[in-house]
Design a protein around this ligand. Structure first.
Ligand code: ADP
Ligand code: MG
Length: 728
């Protein structure tokens, strides 16, 4: 084995778990100790300030300067008591991950000393020099002014010595430069629209929350092995590597015992997360070797998304302490499952009702059906856009592969809900002319209270109904959930507004309220039927069938992004006040640019590795074979020598052919990149990278993976899949 690989593999095998002492207290004792939550607000803020802040959090009432100053003061007091010395605005720019810029609390006291200071002004607004964050041309670099603004609905928290204040990030001209600002708008839109519809059933509903429970999948690899794989280091995935003889065939990893080194990592991660108020609940092995999953209890969507962003950072940081690197890439290894992030989504009221769950009375059941049908209709009308909201250069590897949601957005309802919808669709229209209670009794099929048994789940469905929520499974493991959540919530908001106007029109004509609702539902059930699919989403037949039904079947990421700029998407985003056309265009520029950059970096890394790792090693091994062939000639008569060397000659030729191919392809790829880089339009450039450069990566990889099988194991420098995936 090459010295380097030998060394890293050896150490990886010998590594012991870093033991984490289980905290003595119970989780309920340390949950959210690092969060400025209501309990601390109450303790650290004057009564009046506390009331104003709570009102702002619950109802979005703006805070005046005086209150902001008082909040900042209380927050500072708490943070300093907790040992914090710095503060930062914490935001989600349109890159991966979060951004922060730390400032110390200190100010001159005017007497030659220092005081700790933090004002309302600094709490409410900051101006990071943000010219190098992606902005899609919204700001010219010379007008690089953007600012971050406090989001009181997500509580401040402390990491290390720093008080982190969740903020939105917007341009001076008001356009959002982040994920959070449009997400908050989408949540507000769905709140308003859903409250209006809820009021048909219960006039007491004043607020509707959108909930999100994410399930985060990830891989762990040994840090030493990771460091010896430049492709993992620079691109987050292996650009080469032959499948291990054993990977997930035996399905022995899923839900298996968690290895001790990993267990210690998980324990510490849970402890740190709980202290930050992230309500982690579930942990288990996933399908692929070295793949795991964690999930919290669901929360209000904006907070849940902040928590997901926060935990991804925490996962990266703590992994290193335990001698691991965490891989959040959607497809780090070819041939084994990739990672996703199921987004469990639902709506619920301030009166405690879950709108995606059946209830006890006919009214509650009609409400349940109303929200399910409106969601389906939104998903049907915006199925192309929803795919756009989850696609990325890295998630493209997962989608459409036989392991993850197909590249067609459809929805699985399960037999029971399907049956209910079918019955309504085929119900007697005359029955709908009856009034009130009568129509409810006749119009709504019986829904057993415990209908929602989760057993008939369909793992191949990208948007499945799972009892009291929908599970959007196509979201990528590395993604910011806000991208999918803002599209989904906005689409549902738009649909609920349309629904209400149609129902109101019928009521205005003199129809009974429930009869009107049922009539519109019957129409919507019919119209949204094409998006319902309970069969095998991986099958070839489904692709053909889905195209016939008019669902979007595009598989090229740069073209999938076009859905954001379709007439219906622009109308939807503008009518709900979430994003306008100019903003959508700017954000698409960023998506295309990001796509191009990702493939560009992969192309460069693969080219380098091919030229300075793979070809030299293969050639060296080939030379030892050539040497052997010559020596055979010295030892044996010509005919015998030829016979004995025949296999080696085959390998020599095989290596020659493959290395020539690799070299030529790498050159060709460089030329193709040069040509693509000259294209001005970001969209066209991304298309060129998708259509021309990406396939070359695969062709080069194919040859390298074949070489890995023949070249002497002792010479191969890069850690192999069997090492990367099975190290404990
Ligand atoms: P699975 O069986 O799909 O792997 P998990 O228990 O791992 O389920 O995760 C389910 C996630 O869905 C959790 O985060 C859970 O809190 C969340 N969840 C449960 N009910 C709802 C709901 N009504 N709305 C949103 N999320 C929910
Ligand atoms: Mg799930």
């Amino acid at each position: 084995m090459s010295k380097l690989r030998f060394r890293v593999v050896e150490t990886a095998f010998k590594k012991k778990a870093v033991e984490v002492k289980a905290p003595k207290d119970r989780p309920s004792d340390y949950f959210a100790v690092n969060v400025f939550n209501r309990e601390k607000m109450f303790k650290y803020l004057p009564e009046k300030t506390f009331q104003c802040l709570v009102d702002s959090i619950d109802n979005g009432t703006p805070l005046n300067r005086e209150t902001a100053d008082a909040v900042a003061n209380g927050m500072k007091k708490w943070a300093i008591e907790m040992g914090a010395t710095h503060y930062t605005h914490w935001f989600h720019p349109l890159t991966e991950g979060t951004a922060e810029k730390h400032d110390a609390f200190v100010e001159h006291d005017g007497k030659g000393g220092m005081i700790e200071k933090f004002s309302g002004k600094l709490l409410v607004q900051q101006e990071p020099d943000a010219s190098s964050f992606p902005n899609g041309g919204i700001r010219n670099t010379f007008e690089a002014r953007g600012y971050t603004a406090w989001d009181p609905s997500s509580p401040a928290f402390i990491v290390n010595d720093t008080l982190c204040i969740p903020t939105i990030f917007i341009a001076y001209t008001g356009e959002p430069l982040d994920y959070k600002a449009p997400l908050l708008k989408a949540l507000e839109a769905v709140n308003k629209a859903a409250v209006d519809v809820c009021n048909y059933f219960d006039p007491n509903v004043k607020k509707v929350y959108s909930y999100l429970g994410w399930e985060q999948e990830y891989f762990l690899v040994d840090e030493g092995l990771y460091a010896a794989r430049p492709d993992l280091l620079l691109t987050g995935r292996t650009l080469m590597g032959h499948e291990s003889s054993k990977n997930q065939q035996l399905e022995d990893h899923y839900f298996g015992a968690i290895p001790s080194r990993v267990m210690e990592y998980m324990k510490e991660l849970e402890f740190e997360s709980l202290k930050l108020g992230i309500p982690l609940k579930t942990r288990h092995n996933e399908v692929a070797p070295n793949q795991f999953e964690l999930a919290p209890i669901f929360e209000e969507c904006n907070l849940a998304n902040d928590h997901n962003q926060l935990i991804m950072g925490l996962m990266r940081k703590l992994a290193r302490k335990h001698g691991f690197r965490v891989l959040l890439h959607e497809k780090p290894f070819k041939g084994v499952n990739g990672s996703g992030k199921h987004n469990n989504w639902s709506l619920g009221t301030d009166t405690g009702a879950l709108l995606m769950a059946p209830g006890k009375t006919p009214e509650e059941n009609l409400r349940f059906i109303t929200f399910v049908v409106n969601t389906l209709k939104a998903v049907y009308r915006h199925n192309a856009l929803l795919k756009g909201s989850i696609i990325s250069a890295s998630n493209a590897h997962r989608l459409g592969a036989n392991e993850a949601p197909p590249a067609i957005i459809s929805s699985f309802l399960g037999s029971q809900v399907s049956k209910v919808l079918d019955e309504i669709e085929n119900s007697d229209p005359d029955a709908l002319n009856l009034a009130g209670k009568q129509v409810l009794d006749l119009g709504i099929p019986r829904i057993p209270e415990l209908l929602l048994d989760n057993t008939d789940r369909n793992r191949t469905s990208p948007f499945a109904f799972t009892g009291n929520r929908f599970e959007f499974r196509a979201v990528g493991s590395e993604a910011n959930c806000a991208s999918a959540m803002l599209a989904l919530n906005a689409a549902v908001a738009e649909q609920l507004i349309i629904f209400k106007s149609e129902v109101d029109a019928k009521i205005a004509e003199g129809k009974d309220k429930f009869a009107a609702i049922l009539e519109v539902l019957r129409k919507d059930i019919k119209e949204s039927k094409p998006v319902r699919f309970d069969g095998n989403g991986y099958s070839e037949e489904w692709k053909i069938e889905a195209a016939k039904r008019g669902l979007d079947c595009e598989t090229s990421a740069p073209l999938i992004y076009d859905a954001y700029l379709s007439e219906s998407s622009i109308k939807m985003f503008e009518s709900t006040g979430v994003l306008n056309e100019k903003e959508l265009e700017a954000r698409n520029e960023i998506k295309w640019e990001m796509y191009t950059k990702k493939i560009q970096i992969e192309g460069r890394v693969l080219g380098d590795l091919a030229m300075n790792h793979i070809i030299p090693i293969a050639t060296r091994y080939q030379s030892t074979l050539i040497d052997n062939v010559y020596k055979m000639k010295d030892l044996f008569p010509a005919e015998k020598a030829a016979q004995l060397s025949s296999k080696n000659l085959e390998i020599i030729e095989d290596i020659a052919n493959r290395t020539i191919f690799i070299k030529e392809k790498v050159d060709e790829m460089i030329e193709a990149r040069k040509a693509a880089n000259k294209i001005e339009s970001e969209r066209e450039k991304a298309i060129a990278y998708h259509d021309q450069i990406f396939p070359m990566l695969e062709e080069i990889r194919y040859q390298i993976d074949k070489l890995e099988l023949v070249v002497d194991n002792e010479m191969w420098t890069l850690p192999k899949y069997r090492e990367l995936l099975f190290i404990r």
